[in-house]
Design a protein around this ligand. Structure first.
Ligand code: CP
Ligand code: NVA
Length: 307
């Protein structure tokens, strides 16, 4: 059956754990010198309407290691950027390629693309969600023995990362505390979805405006940039509004003493996180970044196997 990966909301707990487990087993194979070509001669089209370091490198390297080929398509190069309709682009690319990854602005764009695509479409970040990042984040928690009795504190902007954490908590059933400044709260529709999912999964979701309250005894602390891609003009105003929200030594000291720190990167030192925390002993951000490769290989193979 054709499955897309647009938001975690479409996935069960068992499916998410299966994808992460598959990624971990492919990672073990790679580390022991084995590269199995699970996707021999398959092509992955990668459409980027926003910048990227990790997403591009991990998907392109990942499909290559799986025996396939990645095509980097910036919207400056393809006709999508000159106004060719999404539905035409979707039908053309999906008639030639085996999988399509898209990084774009409006989430509705990838929904429309997926509706016209004959092959799996993977969300490589939209304004609303960044689900592939959460696969890597969860893989990192498993590897660092932090996946059980999880209490995650997200400190910062209510954005695509926050929404994705809400979906993961709603599905897997862990405790998630979100602290944002007033006026930068999470999307109420996504929050309502997460509360509805929590009723069956047992997730405990709480919302704060005080980061020092939210972080108390958390086992995982995470944050993200205060100005996401597309919000560059709001940067100065946001720097003022987020005063007091930097994850620094003082704030981190309130979390569990074994807590680890995650950040999807790119990080802005001295803004959402201090240099000392980002580079400190509790930070696992570079393991997390590397896991983008392994988690997405698991995802691509899993999606390919569903067909
Ligand atoms: N975390 C993440 O998606 O990074 P890039 O923007 O570099 O792809
Ligand atoms: N919230 C950030 C995530 C970057 C990976 C953005 O959308 O720019």
């Amino acid at each position: 059956m054709l499955r897309h990966f647009l938001t975690l909301k479409d996935y069960t707990k068992e499916e998410i754990l299966q994808i992460v487990e598959l990624g971990l087993s492919i990672k073990r194979e790679l580390k022991s010198g084995e590269t199995k070509h699970y996707m021999s001669n398959k092509t992955l089209a990668m459409i980027f309407e926003k910048s990227s370091t990790r997403t591009r490198v991990s998907f392109e390297t990942g499909i290559f290691q799986l025996g396939g080929h990645g095509l980097f398509l910036s919207n400056r190069d393809i006709h999508l950027g000159r106004g060719e309709p999404v539905k035409d682009t979707a039908r053309v690319i999906s008639s030639m390629c085996d999988m399509i990854m898209i990084r774009t602005f409006a989430h509705s764009m990838i929904e429309e693309f997926a509706a016209y695509s004959k092959v799996p479409v993977v969300n490589g970040l939209t304004d609303t969600y960044h689900p592939v990042q959460l696969l890597a984040d969860y893989m990192t928690l498993v590897e660092h023995d932090h996946a059980d009795e999880l209490v995650v504190a997200y400190i910062g902007d209510g954005n695509n990362m926050t929404n994705s954490w809400l979906m993961l908590a709603g599905i897997l059933g862990f405790e998630l505390r979100i602290a944002t400044p007033a006026g930068y709260e999470v999307n109420p529709i996504v929050l309502a979805d997460a509360y509805a999912m929590a009723e069956s999964s047992g997730a405990k979701i709480s919302i704060f405006n005080d980061p020092n309250e939210a972080i108390k005894d958390a086992t995982v602390v995470t944050t993200d940039t205060w100005a996401s891609m597309g919000q560059e003009d709001e940067k100065a105003e946001r720097l003022k509004a987020f005063k007091g929200f930097m994850v620094d030594d003082g704030m981190m000291a309130k979390a569990d003493s074994d807590a680890i720190f995650l950040h999807c990167l790119p990080a802005y030192r001295g803004q959402e996180v201090s240099e000392s925390i980002l580079e400190g002993a509790q930070s696992v951000v570079f393991d997390e970044a590397e896991n983008r490769l392994h988690a997405q290989k698991g995802l691509m193979v899993w999606l390919d196997q569903q067909r």
